[in-house]
Write a protein that binds this ligand. Structure first.
Ligand SMILES: [Zn+2]
Ligand SMILES: [Zn+2]
Length: 307
């Protein structure tokens, strides 16, 4: 029997969603482009050469204070490609991509990726204003711009840190969870990061946003048609919510954002009842992207410098 790989599944899902929801075409085209770019070795080389803090305080995501060498040239090529897709698709569909056009040339690509990974909203606003792009449109684009590097970090780091992690935010990149899986026959509760694919569970079921536990504060909204399979976990203490789906197997990192997109009706149900996703990030990562030192030998690879 032929096995379906995670990239195949993700692409099939993109096609399915584009057919059933034409209004998502621009978003899906950007995600498709992002998955393609994520396979580019420039991102894994950057991750190999990154400097992570050797000993971190318990409870700090792994990327806190990281210094990551990314060539300005590579970042520029990637952001230009993304802006091109947004402008082309958006202009036709009347979506946010129409806001870009030549403004993309005035964007600082390295600053864009760095601010996006750090979830630095003030800096993203400043970049939007410098480039003459609507802040909302740039914020949306910034998530795609950071994704290939975040996914490379997720692949490299996530397997090592997730097991004993007991915080509400992602152990790799510090984002709040995008979704919960109730996975497998035992319905194991796993929090998932929509940015890097981070995958972790908490020892005690509690609100990831304010750490409150207990049945008197935690509840769930269940849309009638779906009963068990799709729910919204709610917290009466902070009014936060998290969408929760039963799954047979773990989502690939690339599938989390698609699951988030395709359950927008659950967001509407939660927002209608005055629940909201947190407005501020869980942590200040303070990650920096730097231009790598010029290499004397041609054809240098990250592995040559590793001990
Ligand atoms: Zn993450
Ligand atoms: Zn809460």
């Amino acid at each position: 029997m032929a096995t379906t790989t995670a990239p195949d599944r993700t692409r099939q899902q993109i096609d399915r969603l584009a057919n059933s929801n034409p209004e998502w075409t621009v978003w899906l085209a950007l995600w498709d482009t992002t998955l393609d770019a994520a396979a580019d070795p420039v991102w894994s080389v950057a991750v190999d050469d990154a400097t992570l803090a050797p000993s971190l305080a318990t409870g700090a995501p792994r990327l806190t204070g990281a210094t990551v060498p990314v060539k300005g040239r590579d970042a520029a090529a990637w952001v230009r490609r993304l802006v091109g897709v947004a402008a082309k698709r958006g202009a036709g569909a009347g979506g946010s991509g129409a806001a870009f056009g030549e403004a993309g040339d005035r964007l600082d690509p390295v600053a864009l990726i760095e601010a996006s990974i750090n979830q630095d909203a003030a800096r993203l606003d400043a970049l939007a204003s410098t480039a003459g792009i609507a802040p909302d449109a740039l914020a949306a684009l910034a998530q795609f711009a950071a994704a290939p590097l975040l996914h490379a970090f997720g692949r490299a780091i996530a397997p090592g840190v997730a097991n004993d992690w007991d915080e509400g935010f992602c152990p790799v990149c510090g984002a709040w969870p995008a979704m919960t899986e109730r996975r497998g026959l035992e319905r194991a509760r796993r929090l998932r990061c929509g940015r890097c694919g981070g995958d972790w569970g908490n020892a005690v079921v509690r609100c990831p946003f304010c750490a409150v536990a207990g049945h008197d504060r935690l509840g769930s909204l269940v849309p009638e048609a779906d009963r068990e399979a799709r729910q919204v976990e709610t917290c009466a203490a902070c009014r936060g919510y998290l969408k929760s789906l039963t799954t047979l197997r773990a989502w690939a990192a690339t599938e989390v954002a698609l699951a988030d997109l395709s359950t927008v009706e659950l967001d509407l149900a939660a927002i209608e009842r005055d629940y909201a996703r947190p407005e501020t990030p869980a942590v200040a990562l303070g990650l920096r992207l730097t231009e790598p030192e010029a290499d004397p030998a041609p054809g240098r690879a990250g592995v040559l410098r590793r001990r």
